[in-house]
Ligand binder design. Structure first.
Ligand code: HEC
Length: 377
């Protein structure tokens, strides 16, 4: 216990009590948090390869480390999905100048095979290792990183924080996986490289931090708890996500079912609900986690989903209906002219085809689908 407290104190000094950045000078820090600080225990990655914690995983590297377990019903899948977003924003740099490590805190269950299967479910790629090993060794790593609660008894109590750091410069900081993924990518891809690496992609306006524009509580909850796994129409379209698009979900599902599902999907499934089983069969590589939301949170999220659907529907119906008609009208005329030219006749003055007239009416319906497709492309 005394040892643990001591280690925690060290770790706290290292990362700063509030998890804020504590940059160290190279000479000072490198020697302090080097081979004699971190345990060089042997772990095994998802490919069954032995990996020494310091020599193979940390030394001279910029790393992102989280602790998880594959049977975790709530927070870990969300955390992994959010790290996947950061991974994608870093666009090929992971495995090159940034390394991701997800380390199991339930190694008896999480064999390399189980970890490999979990990694595959999230579609992780090069440079992201899922590691398991001896339970005591993993505890010692967590202690040194300050990633264990002194009174932690059950797996579910484990910290969801992630540790990011640059071993060579001794810059380490603890971050939350609920942070904006662009910010996290910026920390690992920019700050930890002293901004010398390739520029990290610019943050999209719609991902702008809350302070820049007022977003509702429902939208905020959605972004931190749901958007790693779900798009809503054009919001977040483009990236493959583990769960279905929630555009229009408040209309296509019964309200009570929807609220219950968002609050406790695991229980709905356990009760044998047919719709839940159908969805799981369709999407079930990553089951929807129970995120421990209360009724008020669920309320806010459902309102956001309804509002966002309506906003996009009216936006799509307004602007692009005209665009749509003019684009197809042009195409239609081009085809007409070419055909006539091929027949050796002079092209007559262009006339509106009857098809185009009915299209204007249909455009309203098509607009939505068209816009969604166009933006996704
Ligand atoms: C780790 C990924 C993940 C997270 C995080 C997540 N979901 Fe899901 N969600 C899924 C998956 C996968 C499904 C499909 C059913 C299944 O496999 O369990 C799903 C299904 C759903 C459905 C049913 C869709 C339909 O067509 O009826 C709704 C609604 C939903 N999720 C809402 C949410 C909300 C709201 C949040 C945030 C509070 C959220 N989900 C967080 C993965 C996730």
């Amino acid at each position: 216990m005394r040892l643990a407290t001591l280690a925690l104190a060290c770790a706290a000094a290292m990362i700063g009590a509030d998890g804020q950045l504590t940059a160290q000078t190279k000479s000072h820090a490198g020697s302090r948090w080097g081979a004699d600080y971190f345990p060089n225990v042997e772990l095994t990655n998802q490919f069954g390869e032995p990996r020494r914690f310091f020599d193979d995983l940390l030394e001279d590297k910029v790393v992102l480390i989280n602790f998880m377990y594959t049977s975790c019903p709530d927070a870990c899948p969300l955390e992994t999905a959010r790290l996947k977003e950061v991974y994608e924003i870093l666009d090929g740099r992971v495995g090159d100048d940034v390394f991701f490590y997800s380390i199991s805190i339930d190694p008896a269950i999480d064999t390399p095979e189980v970890m490999a299967e979990y990694a595959a479910r999230f579609g992780t790629g090069a440079g992201w290792e899922f590691l398991t090993g001896d339970a005591e060794d993993i505890r010692s790593i967590r202690k040194k990183l300050g990633m264990i609660q002194p009174d932690e008894e059950r797996l579910e109590e484990h910290t969801l924080s992630i540790m990011i750091g640059n071993q060579a410069t001794g810059q380490w900081t603890r971050r939350s996986p609920m942070e904006n993924p662009y910010m996290l990518a910026n920390y690992v891809g920019g700050w930890l490289h002293n901004w010398k690496g390739p520029a990290t992609p610019r943050m999209r306006m719609d991902e702008a931090p809350e302070r820049l524009r007022n977003i509702s509580r429902g939208e905020d909850l959605f972004r931190t708890r749901c958007s790693a796994c779900h798009a809503v129409g054009t919001e977040g379209a483009g990236a493959a996500r583990p769960g279905p698009d929630l555009f229009g979900v408040t209309e296509r599902r019964d309200d009570a079912w929807l609220r219950r599902w968002i609050a406790e999907p695991d229980k709905v499934l356990a009760e044998g609900d047919p719709l839940a089983h159908e969805l799981l069969a369709q999407w079930g590589r990553v089951p929807m986690p129970n995120l421990r939301l209360d009724a008020e949170d669920v309320d806010e999220i459902v309102r956001y989903l309804a509002d966002e659907t309506e906003r996009q529907a009216s936006e799509a119906a307004a602007a692009p209906a005209a665009e749509k008609a003019s684009c197809c009208e042009k195409d239609d005329l081009l085809v007409l002219e070419r055909d006539l030219a091929a027949d050796g006749e002079d092209a007559p003055a262009p006339k509106r085809s009857p098809l185009l007239a009915s299209m204007a009416g249909a455009a309203l319906l098509l607009a939505l689908a068209g816009v969604l497709r166009a933006r996704a492309a």
